[in-house]
Design a protein around this ligand. Structure first.
Ligand code: ATP
Length: 211
């Protein structure tokens, strides 16, 4: 369980997040919605340790947790970015196994045993040798999800998972997230897509623009 308590963040004296209080239970899908510029990505970045907060507290299973100080090994929150950030010069297999190999020091056998099932689950079996430029948008997204899952995060977070895809892929994305939920993966979805949020989320958190 992750709890956010009284989170505040300003940029150049302008408040963006003002007293955010939020609980994400294990196995839940939380959607974070709100108008453009309201601070959704700022909140996600703070949770993932990519940006700091001015005040407030983040608790992981009841204990204070600083995402910025957690090393990658703990990898509490894995983030799937809007543009996926795949390494263009690495194959699917290399993209997904790089961090487990370098950071978790997983052996070749462990990689085979642990990463192959993730790729199969994400319908990427047989695609291991392809490069990102050879993949469709939906496949790139699944590689990015596989890469995040390979680090065994407690929570998987997505920034606008439908925005870079053809609208017809929406159902595929929602089915994928619901599938991962069935496996017990806790997920946070930042989205403009209210229909997606309504369809998949256990809880919807609205970030309001502060005037
Ligand atoms: N590093 C930064 N320095 C200064 N201002 C910033 C910085 N990062 C974000 N902001 C500002 O904070 C506000 C919130 O940005 P954020 O990207 O979190 O909004 P958002 O709700 O995710 O928007 P969108 O839906 O358009 O992605 C915006 O006004 C943005 O310009």
């Amino acid at each position: 369980m992750i709890e956010l308590k009284n989170i505040k963040k300003s940029f150049n004296g302008r408040p963006i997040l003002d007293d955010i209080n939020l609980t994400i239970n294990d196995g839940e899908i939380l959607a974070i919605v709100g108008p453009s510029g309201a601070g959704k990505t700022t909140l996600l970045r703070a949770l993932a340790g990519l940006g700091d907060i001015d005040s407030g507290e983040i608790l992981l299973d009841g204990k204070p947790f600083d995402p910025r100080s957690s090393d990658l090994k703990n990898n509490v929150i894995g983030v799937v970015f809007q543009d996926y950030n795949l390494f263009p010069n690495l194959t699917v297999w290399e993209n997904v196994t790089l961090a487990p190999k370098m950071v978790l020091k997983m052996t070749k056998t462990a990689l085979e045993n642990e990463i192959k099932p993730i790729l199969t689950h994400l319908k990427l079996a047989g695609k291991e040798g392809l490069y990102p430029f050879e993949l469709s948008g939906g496949m790139k997204q699944r590689v990015a999800i596989a890469r995040a899952l390979a680090m065994k995060p407690s929570v998987l977070a997505y920034d606008e998972p439908t925005s870079a895809l053809d609208p017809s892929m929406r159902t595929e994305v929602s089915n994928l997230l619901l599938d991962l939920k069935k496996d017990g993966v806790t997920q946070i979805v930042v989205t403009h897509d209210i229909e997606l949020a309504d369809k998949i989320a256990d809880k919807i958190f609205r970030v309001n623009a502060i005037s």
